[in-house]
Design a protein around this ligand. Sequence first.
Ligand code: NCD
Length: 309
Amino acid sequence: MRHLTEISDFSVAEISQLISVSKDIMTNPQSYIDAMRGKVMATLFYEPSTRTKFSFEAAMQRLGGSVIGFAGPENTSAVKGETLKDTTRMVSAYADFIVMRHYLVGAPMEAAKVATVPVINAGDGGNQHPTQTLTDLVTISREMGRLDNLKIAVAGDLKYGRTVHSLVKAMVRYPNNKFYFVSPQELKMPDYVKELLAEDQYEEVQSLEDVIGDSDVLYMTRIQKERIEDADEYERLKDTYILDEEKMKYAAQDMIVMHPLPRVNEITEDVDKDPRAKYFQQAKYGMYARMALILMLEDMKKRGQHDIN
Ligand code: NCD
């Protein structure tokens, strides 16, 4: 059974295929309206979400399938003490796909061990967010025309921001990408991500101004309030980076600004009208990326494929 719990569950070739399928869906949406007719997706969200949950649900419905699920475990048997494994076994009997977001690192990976249908990680704690990365890869490929030879600045909460962990894991597989990790000292990129890179492939800096002029992609993130235990520390760090019109003057004309959203304060609204601001477009690409993912997992299931790892 194929799952997507880490971005490395898909090979580079499979990701290229996913990008082309999502492009085809954008141009020929009518050809796909019945592709998942009769299929059911379960969205098990143990943590808040707007985009990820809605884009998965919209994706499944635009393919003609339907959706069951919950947003917040308060009304489920989790409060009675049902284990994640039991919930997963049971939902496997009702649904053809399980999409899971969880506050615990590794929860979707645990679920995948007992599920009899594909499990998709929609974000596990401060760890990984592979479908955001598929969204990001579709965005970069559409907007920059390539996934290699890029200078990518990722700024904000690199410690707890799961989207950037998955993004770096994905982009390191394409030739000649370089990274600027822009963060306060307290929120640096974890070692397990940096270990994937050669020493000359990344630079850690604290100031956005130092790197904005030399970046092809600027990926902003919010400081993860819910994962920082000390409230004073959050208050002190929350406005470390604020991208505004003034700073955009230092960026190249063909650079793009991305953000997984939600933004809190890290990009001012005056940047929204800048043609280089792609974050709302990025959210839209997310639905197409997820449509392509559902189609591919279904196809892999039919062909009886096993995990590539
Ligand atoms: C991200 C997440 O949940 O990790 N949001 C999303 O899925 N687009 C980013 C965040 O919450 O900061």
